[in-house]
Every structure is written in structure tokens, then in C-alpha cells.
Ligand binder design. Structure first.
Ligand SMILES: *Cc1c(COP(=O)(O)O)cnc(C)c1O
Ligand SMILES: [Zn+2]
Length: 407
């Protein structure tokens, strides 16, 4: 049971069949998006049907492309908490602030959503081996879900990607290739290898179904707010798939009459050291240019040129949103502030989004009373290097020293 009808090029509109393995548009090289028979979908499910369903992203079964339930590969991804952040909000001047905590996903980031649906579709289409470049988290997620599906995974990443992602890939039996370069260099290498060996190239947006998993972030947001979208959504952007996916979710929900025409202002956040989309936004361009010497502690944002940049820019403008960059120092400060106020150890990417909201409050581009949702896209536990441990060791037999050190 699936309402998937076909794939459509996001750039030129060319229709492609959905019953076979597809990559980029065969006509123009643009990314393909899954299209559904929304009329039939809308008739088959009611909002109230969701109540008794599993608390993972497969509760939105009708909105997903997998036909045969036996091909569903899950580790329990999705339905992450939407947490009010009152104490953090007070610090940065937001009265109605929420954090959607994607760090609770399997593999510690929202990449699990894309991998769950992407790998389920690989299984359904009979793919035996996948290959992809990653900044870190996507590799860990795809390696995990691939292994669970019995599919071979070949993952290439920068040699300075977070070590936890490398360990995750190795622990789950992937073939890991480190490169002396960026994710774009890893992509060139693994793309060529995939062609040579006949592996399926599952790179961001070259593969049409990862975005279907990520769009569930938008479905959940709507359901968790009782089908009333917030005023502002702030999303840390690398490839931009999460933001594009959420907009796709909102469009599908509107098409079946579950929400109205109101959209949140979509804010795309990047790191100052790698901000191709922010640059293009500020220059009034429809597409970004390759960002030279990309460097930031927020590894998931180190994507110097995204295939879906034109869609991110379109959606940000269409919703009257913004593209905002923050420095690594601002990211570190936001990470500490969120830990100190909310007890949440967020990823540097999530911290970037938090820093951006603080900045937009200072600039007045977000008002104090607006309902703002920040996506913390991963758990801080995957980035142990963001916190320095420089502590004395105490002699156990002399509590006096401890007492004196407090005063
Ligand atoms: C991949 C990643 C991002 C960027 O996500 P896109 O959807 O590719 O823009 C943000 N945060 C974390 C933690 C990530 O792993
Ligand atoms: Zn096309």
C-alpha cells in the first residue's frame, strides 16, 4: 500500500517512473521528488487515525513511498519531542520558543529519518550495495539502516569528519573511505567508484527518497502543534534536504486539507565559514556558488555547494524567511547556553540555529511573542570535542580541598 504515483524533476518538471531505480533527472540533471496520488491519499486517512499508531515516522505510512510493509526497515526513528524552551527563551528574548530534539533519533541525528525511508526503498527496489559521501551523520545512519536491511554500504567522508561517525560506520560494518578534502571531494571519489562497481549512488538528492523520510519532520511538527504551524521555523542547513522536505510536507498536508495556506517563515542557518546559501540570498541570486575553503565546527553544515540550493532559496523567499550565518564562536556560546538553561547537550548544528534566533531577536527580525521552532538536528553526544575537559583531580581523603575550591 503506497500512494506513490511517479517522480518529478524539481527543476524541469520531467516525469520519471517510480517503479525502478532512479537517480537524477535524465533530462536536466535536477533532483527528483516523489509525487503521490494525494486525492486518494486524503480519502484513505483521517487525522484521528493517527492517534493509535506507533510513535515513529511510520505512523505517516500513507505519506511514504514504500509499497510492501515487509520492506520497511526501522530502528524506531521519528516522533521526536517538541520541547518548550522557556529558560533559553528568556535569555534570548523569545516568549514562545520550542526545540524539536532530533538528537533522540537512532544514530543520534535526524539523518535516521532519511536513511530509514531511503534504505527501505533500496530494499524494495532490490538494491544490494549503496555508496555515498557524508560529512558524518548521514554515513552513520545509512550504514546502520543498510546493515539492518542486509545491504552493503560504502561510505566516503572527509578525514576530519567527527570520529564518532567513523566509528559508527565501522561498528555497523560499512566500508569507510577517508579523503583529504571536503564532502564534495568525497562525493567525486565515491560517485566514480559507484559507477565502476555498480553500487547505487545514494548521495543527497541524487536519490529521491531520503527527502521523503526527512519530510516527516514537517508532518510531525504539524501534528504536534495540532495542525497549526508555528510562525518561524529555524533549520541548520547543509544540503538543505530537511528544509525542502518540511516544505514538501506542508504542501501535501494542505493538498489534503489538513492545514491551511499559512506557512512558517523558513529560516536557513549556515556557519559563517561555509555559507553559500546565505551569500546567494544576500546577493539576490537563485543559486549558490561553490564556497571556497569551507570550515566550521558544525560538520553537517560544511556543504560548499548543495544540489538543492535553488529550492532552499526559493522557499526561504516565498515564506518571507531569511538565510542567516553565525560564527563558530557564536555556535559554541549557544551550545553552552542551551546546556546551562535547558539541560540539553545539542549538536553544533542545532547550536547554530539557536545562535541565529538570538541574532534575529537582536536585529528585530523575529518578534518576542512569535512562536519559533528550532531544530536541534543531532545530539551533542556525537561531538565530544565541543566541550573541553580541564579539571583537577582531588585526593579522596581530604574533603576540605573540595570545600575550599567551592568558595
Ligand atoms: C546533515 C546535518 C545537517 C544538515 O542537514 P541538511 O538537511 O542536509 O541541510 C544539520 N545538522 C546535522 C546534525 C546534520 O547531520
Ligand atoms: Zn529535469
Amino acid at each position: 500500500m503506497s500512494f506513490l504515483s511517479h517522480l518529478e524533476c524539481a527543476r524541469c518538471g520531467e516525469v520519471h517512473a517510480a517503479d525502478r531505480v532512479q537517480g537524477l533527472c535524465t533530462k536536466c540533471g535536477g533532483p527528483l521528488l516523489a509525487r503521490y496520488d494525494l486525492e486518494a491519499l486524503g480519502k484513505s486517512v483521517k487525522k484521528s487515525d493517527l492517534a493509535g499508531r506507533p510513535t515513529n515516522l511510520w505512523r505517516y505510512r500513507e505519506f511514504l513511498p514504500v509499497t510492501n510493509d515487509e520492506n520497511v526497515i526501522t530502528l524506531g526513528e521519528g516522533m521526536t519531542p517538541l520541547l518548550p524552551a522557556r529558560r533559553l527563551g528568556r535569555e534570548i528574548g523569545c516568549d514562545d520558543l520550542y526545540i524539536k530534539d532530533e538528537g533522540l533519533n537512532p544514530t543520534g541525528s535526524f539523518k535516521a529519518r532519511g536513511a530509514a525511508v531511503g534504505i527501505s526503498m533500496c530494499k524494495e527496489l532490490g538494491i544490494k550495495a549503496i555508496a555515498m559521501p557524508t560529512a558524518g551523520n548521514a554515513g552513520g545512519a545509512w550504514a546502520s539502516y543498510a546493515r539492518r536491511a542486509g545491504i552493503e554500504a560504502h561510505i566516503a567522508m572527509p578525514k576530519d569528519a567527527p570520529t564518532m561517525a567513523m566509528k559508527e560506520c565501522l561498528a555497523t560494518g560499512a566500508h569507510v573511505y577517508l579523503v583529504d578534502g571536503l564532502i564534495s571531494d568525497a562525493g567525486r571519489l565515491i560517485g566514480a567508484a559507484a559507477k565502476h562497481f555498480g553500487w547505487f549512488d545514494a548521495a543527497t538528492l541524487k536519490e529521491p527518497y531520503r527527502i521523503e523520510g526527512k519530510k516527516t519532520m514537517g508532518l510531525e511538527l504539524a501534528e504536534q502543534f495540532d495542525w497549526e504551524l508555528p510562525d518561524v521555523v529555524v533549520y541548520p542547513t547543509g544540503g538543505g534536504v530537511g528544509l525542502i522536505g518540511m516544505m514538501k510536507a506542508f504542501a501535501e498536508l494542505e493538498a489534503i486539507g489538513w492545514i491551511g495556506a499559512k506557512r512558517p517563515r523558513m529560516v536557513s542557518v549556515q556557519a559563517a565559514g561555509c555559507a553559500p546559501i546565505v551569500r546567494a540570498f544576500e546577493a539576490g541570486k537563485d543559486e549558490s556558488e561553490f564556497f571556497q575553503n569551507a570550515e566550521t565546527i558544525a560538520g553537517g553544515l560544511r556543504v560548499p555547494k548543495a544540489l538543492g540550493d535553488f529550492l532552499v532559496l526559493r522557499y526561504v523567499r516565498e515564506t518571507n524567511g531569511a538565510a542567516v550565518s553565525v560564527t563558530d564562536d557564536e555556535i559554541r556560546a549557544a551550545l553552552r547556553l542551551t546546556g546551562a538553561t535547558e539541560g540539553m547537550f545539542v549538536s553544533p548544528e542545532g547550536a547554530a540555529a539557536i545562535a541565529a534566533v538570538a541574532k534575529m531577536r537582536r536585529q528585530g527580525t523575529i518578534a518576542a511573542g512569535e512562536r519559533v521552532v528550532i531544530y536541534n538536528t543531532g545530539t551533542g553526544l556525537k561531538y565530544p570535542e565541543t566541550v573541553d575537559v580541564d579539571l583537577p583531580v582531588y585526593p579522596v581523603d581530604d574533603p576540605e580541598i573540595l570545600v575550599r575550591s567551592q568558595s
